[in-house]
Design a protein around this ligand. Structure first.
Ligand code: ADP
Ligand code: MG
Length: 251
């Protein structure tokens, strides 16, 4: 897939865990270069939805398109080679960083380019240093995760995702574990990526950030999309009474 083809299309997605329906008939589209914030109460299905988008979680009905690639219902959403291509171009960053604790920041970043993409080590290192600089961590490549603050760890995790040259990033509450001043440095990196044309799908509780930066805000409640619109509409004039209640609770 090339950059021009990249987009995310979800149509009629259903997901159950046992008898519990977690996603019901979820449909939305994210165009290339768009920033979409997904908000909603805990347990609404936000993390499950993100995991369905890059094939980490099988689903029961519906279809997901990532550019020209298709994920289908069933145990195996796509052949392994397709999943690899999708995960390369649609990276994911997690709340708890998920860095390899026994590897330095630099080693964390070069791991996948070397072992998944068979990139020569020297080139992977050269590019990793540039990525560390990009996230404001130029001088910390030799640090182990335990030696870094939460904000620094998260910026390394973003650099690691960027090492696969993704067109889009899925971010699951990546600032939720951080103190306010550390949140700001991670959010600044996201804004920089957005300016550069990265497609961003952000599950977040940072409503002020979503309001300022997102092109669209999607509200998920009980597995259903109850709002999908520009931030000024969703925050100022929501269509669903549940949205108002949710916004009051988190404000
Ligand atoms: P959110 O990210 O919006 O808080 P999640 O997607 O994590 O919501 O979870 C949605 C619902 O699915 C919750 O009720 C949760 O308990 C349930 N759930 C999530 N993962 C699993 C799993 N692996 N097995 C069973 N239930 C799960
Ligand atoms: Mg979650």
């Amino acid at each position: 897939m090339n950059r021009e083809e990249f987009h995310v299309q979800v149509e009629g997605l259903w997901k159950r865990f046992g008898h519990r329906v977690v996603l019901r008939n979820v449909s939305f589209h994210v165009a290339r270069g768009e920033t979409v914030a997904i908000i909603g109460p805990s347990g609404a299905g936000k993390s499950t939805l993100l995991r369905c988008l890059n094939g980490l979680c099988p689903f029961d009905a519906g279809i997901v398109r990532i550019g020209p690639h298709v994920l289908r219902p069933g145990k195996r959403p796509a052949p392994f080679a397709t999943l690899r291509l999708i995960r390369q171009r649609l990276g994911m960053v997690f709340q708890d960083f998920q860095l390899f604790p026994h590897l330095t920041a630099l080693q964390n970043i070069i791991e996948a380019p070397i072992h998944v993409n068979q990139m020569p080590r020297k080139e992977a290192e050269r590019r990793a240093l540039a990525l560390l600089a990009r996230v404001g961590m130029a001088d910390r490549g030799d640090a182990y995760p335990r030696e870094l603050s939460g904000g620094q760890k998260q910026r390394v995790a973003i650099a690691r995702a960027l090492a696969m040259e993704p067109f889009g990033l899925l971010c699951d509450e990546i600032t939720s574990a951080l103190d306010p001043e550390l949140k700001a440095e991670v959010l600044a990196v996201l804004e920089d990526l957005r300016r550069d044309g990265m497609t961003l799908i952000l599950v977040t509780h940072e409503l002020a950030f979503a309001q300022r930066v997102a092109d669209r805000v999607i509200v998920l409640a009980d597995g259903e999309i109850i709002e999908d619109g520009p931030p000024h509409q969703v925050f100022a004039a929501p269509e669903h009474p549940r949205t108002s209640r949710f916004l009051e609770q988190v404000a």
